[in-house]
Design a protein around this ligand. Structure first.
Ligand SMILES: Nc1ncnc2c1ncn2[C@@H]1O[C@H](COP(=O)(O)OP(=O)(O)O)[C@@H](O)[C@H]1O
Ligand SMILES: [Mg+2]
Length: 362
């Protein structure tokens, strides 16, 4: 099987270098006992692959265990891809692998447990009413997750495209530091390549149009999804909002309209109660809209995004501020409300989040 081979290779390479691999093989028995037999009360979330459970090992350390729902060739591929990628990467803003288990038809991945669960749970889920995301945390999450993606796109060899950047795949540790997670759809990319696929994977509302329609995937698709995530983080709105039973409005159309009217304060999440840094909010929103442009060649790279978010490039920002796209209201007006035929898309991946108190937080 591919992953034995691949994990073995990575492990040997690390052993020769300075760093020892931090992951290991777990027995099913050990994971049963850590998760109280995969008890429903331990469930953290549910995704396309299966359920994720909270657990505690004999040494007291907390883990999250993703357990494959039903064995199939497709699921085995997803499991292998995620393991292969996780075993290669190590970065402060990417979720770390603790190990895996493959016994009979059981396939499980063991991760570090993220105490503050997903960004999605704080923006739209069970923790959204606790208002734990102040502006400073949001800025750090924006910059941190962008740094995780910089590692994938520009530092890992071969480069990695994630293909499912979204709020439920950005996890938050005990200090609310962002960790990009869920590499089940990711793709290893030889330099400068564009991956063509007939099986588009990803999530409605985050998919770059050239990927959704033509199956063309490269780094700029992740940049598009990241733009949507930035708008979500600033406004607290979902990527696609239901206005009534037939009409949907995308977060991009909504935000672009307000930017053209210079109404930045209306974009800010009401839960911030006006407590945010105006200049930073403007920066995040403009960068987000540059990322979420239809034409991939117009999007910045994730390296540009970091520079802009940190306010390090005054010249580049000046050009963005004065960009034509933020001046013409006409284009936006004709495109203000969009109908999205959700049923026609069979690549939608949905995730359920379970109600769970935040463990180990003050
Ligand atoms: N390490 C973790 N710590 C805490 N919660 C996690 C962890 N990993 C996953 N989760 C929860 O489970 C959900 C699904 O996990 P994910 O890896 O995205 O699986 P899938 O591939 O099925 O989408 C996440 O959105 C999150 O709520
Ligand atoms: Mg996921």
């Amino acid at each position: 099987m591919a992953f034995w081979f691949c994990c073995g290779k990575v492990s040997t390479r690390r052993r020769r270098g300075k760093e020892q691999p931090k992951w290991r093989v777990f027995s099913l028995k050990e994971l049963h006992s850590a998760t109280n037999n995969f008890n429903y009360d331990n469930k953290l979330g549910e995704g396309s692959f299966g359920s994720v459970y909270w657990g505690q090992l004999w040494d007291g350390s907390q883990i999250a265990v993703k357990r494959l729902k039903v064995w199939s060739n497709r699921a085995e591929t997803e499991f292998t891809v995620e393991l292969e990628i996780l075993a290669r990467i190590r970065h402060k803003n990417l979720l770390s692998l603790r190990g895996y288990c493959a016994e009979g038809q059981e396939r499980l991945i063991v991760y570090e447990y993220m105490q503050n669960l997903s960004l999605h749970s704080h923006l739209h889920g069970h923790h959204s009413f606790e208002c734990l995301l102040d502006w400073n945390r949001r800025m750090n999450i924006a910059i941190g997750s962008a740094e995780g993606i910089v590692y994938l796109h520009h530092q890992a060899t071969p480069h990695i495209i994630h293909r499912d950047i979204k709020a439920s795949n950005v996890l938050l540790d005990s200090d609310f530091r962002a960790r990009v997670a869920d590499f089940g759809f990711a793709k290893l990319m030889p330099d400068g390549a564009t991956h063509m696929t007939t099986k588009v994977k990803g999530t409605l509302g985050y998919l770059a149009p050239e990927y959704a329609m033509l199956g063309k995937a490269n780094e700029s698709c992740d940049v598009y999804s990241f733009g949507i995530l930035l708008l979500e983080l600033t406004s607290g709105k979902r990527p696609i909002e239901k206005l009534n039973s037939t009409v949907r409005r995308s977060i991009v159309d909504w935000a672009l309209h307000l930017v053209c009217e210079k109404k930045f304060s209306e974009i800010a999440d009401p839960r911030l109660n006006g407590n945010y840094v105006e200049g930073e909010l403007k920066r995040v929103v403009l960068v987000a809209l540059m990322c979420a442009q239809d034409l991939p060649e117009k999007r910045p790279t994730i390296l540009d995004v970091i520079e802009l978010l940190k306010g390090e490039s005054k010249d580049k920002f000046y050009h963005i501020e004065n960009s034509e796209m933020f001046r013409s209201l006409l284009a936006v007006e004709s495109n203000d409300e969009t109908s999205v035929a959700e049923d026609s898309l069979d690549y939608i991946s949905e995730e359920k989040e379970l109600q769970r108190p935040l463990k180990g937080n003050n």
